[in-house]
Design a protein around this ligand. Structure first.
Ligand SMILES: Cc1cc2nc3c(=O)[nH]c(=O)nc-3n(C[C@H](O)[C@H](O)[C@H](O)COP(=O)(O)OP(=O)(O)OC[C@H]3O[C@@H](n4cnc5c(N)ncnc54)[C@H](O)[C@@H]3O)c2cc1C
Length: 380
């Protein structure tokens, strides 16, 4: 990738080594447990791998986005730690970008050390894509908001220390988006109940949970930015979120390609490596081409993002295309593994089911196409 200099490659080597030594050997155990232990988050914090970009005055390294790209990409290649990458580059930015000085001093140092795991809580049982239709309410009562409602599909939900929660502070606002605000709700606040850890198709080591708020009294000082401006904050942070998950999907695709090439060279059928049958050789050629296309699209996107350009259309394009490409690759790579691909002992089984979520979270493929077509002047 053109954006990387020698210092980024040195950093990559150390992140890679850390993942190989401290994470890969535990994947099965964590998949079984349904979460990655806090001790691992703290180890990553000690190494300076969490939210590397956070300003030094709050305990971070003040590193450029290139360092985030390295961490996300390497975790994705190992297909472990999506919640950790999301904490660093999707959730913590809400506090850094929209928090007051006091809020940043209170919460950011823990985000860097692994003591304060953050989640972003938008989705509800009855609404995901249509965010302005959320039903969780926050009614002002003196110096508090009283929050009632339920969130679902929340990454890092069970382990969260600070939940950034999208609430309706005005249920009559027109348009409804103007009634949305963001509140930071700390674990342990009475009325903040951690619900079920959800039983998912894949991403088994990721903690994806329900969170419930019952007459939960949240100090007004925990409001992020301004009342009624939460939707704007969400729309702006969603761009970075989509860049991050696209890096993740591309990292998975590159790993899948490497694995299938290795397998296709060593497994033999009818007297030659399975990759040397023309159909399979062409399949691999197609996969390698798609990975290359994804890489080119992503590199340009990252460059534009770092340069501060408007990336809304481009990130939507890259998000849906690379997510779908990763799924195609996972399907074809599993097929090339034959029945071994269906067995847990080969990583392709896990990569296949984990890839499936890529086109769902952070905005589905259809929502990405909606944004692109609208920006091209076509309103459905
Ligand atoms: C592993 C995982 C982790 C997640 N983590 C989080 C998290 O941390 N925080 C959080 O808030 N949420 C999270 N989510 C939720 C996720 O972002 C939503 O599920 C997603 O946005 C889709 O919403 P939905 O499931 O309600 O689908 P719906 O909005 O009900 O959509 C259902 C289907 O209809 C399509 N559709 C909807 N509207 C349109 C339209 N206008 N035109 C065409 N098609 C349309 C969708 O594309 C989809 O195919 C996570 C989900 C998963 C799977």
């Amino acid at each position: 990738m053109g954006i990387f200099k020698e210092e980024h490659e040195i950093f990559r080597k150390s992140v890679k080594k850390f993942i190989e030594n401290e994470m890969v050997p535990h994947i099965e155990e964590w998949e079984e447990a349904g979460e990655i232990p806090r001790s691992l988050w703290k180890k990553m914090g000690e190494q300076g791998y969490l939210a590397t970009w956070v300003d030094e005055k709050y305990g971070g390294s003040g590193a450029g986005f290139e360092y985030s790209v390295v961490v996300i990409h390497e975790l994705a290649r190992a297909d472990i730690g999506l919640g950790i990458a999301s904490h660093s580059d999707i959730m913590v930015p809400y506090i850094a970008d929209f928090g007051t000085e006091e809020q940043k001093q209170k919460w950011l140092p823990g985000c860097v050390s692994g003591d304060n795991i953050v989640s972003i809580c938008m989705s509800e049982a009855n609404t995901g894509s249509d965010l302005q239709a959320i039903k969780t309410t926050a009614k002002r009562d003196g110096d508090y908001y009283v929050v009632n409602g339920q969130k679902t599909f929340i990454t890092n939900g069970a382990s969260t220390d600070t939940a950034v929660v999208a609430v309706k502070t005005d249920t009559t606002a027109v348009p409804p988006s103007k009634g949305v605000s963001l509140l930071c709700i700390e674990a342990g606040t009475p009325g903040f109940i951690k619900g079920r850890k959800l039983n998912k198709l894949g991403l088994h080591s990721e903690d994806t949970s329900e969170l419930i708020f019952e007459d939960c009294r949240v100090p007004v000082s925990n409001l992020l930015y301004e009342e009624g401006r939460g939707f704007k904050c969400l729309m702006s942070e969603l761009q970075r979120e989509r860049v991050s998950v696209t890096i993740w999907a591309q990292g998975m695709a590159e790993r899948i390609l490497e694995d299938v090439m290795e397998y296709a060279k060593t497994r033999e059928a009818f007297g030659k490596p399975i990759g040397c049958h023309q159909h399979n050789a062409f399949k691999i050629a197609e996969m390698a081409t798609e990975v290359e296309l994804g890489r080119a699209l992503l590199d340009k996107l990252i460059e534009d993002y770092i340069a501060g350009k408007d990336i809304v259309t481009k990130v939507s394009m890259a998000k849906w295309w690379i997510a779908e490409m990763t799924n195609r690759l996972a399907y074809n790579a599993l097929q090339l593994h034959g029945s071994y691909g269906y067995m847990e002992e080969y990583p392709i089984a896990r990569l296949y089911r984990d890839a499936r979520a890529q086109s769902l979270y952070a905005g589905t493929t259809e929502i990405m196409k909606l944004i692109i077509s609208r920006n091209l002047g076509f309103r459905a």
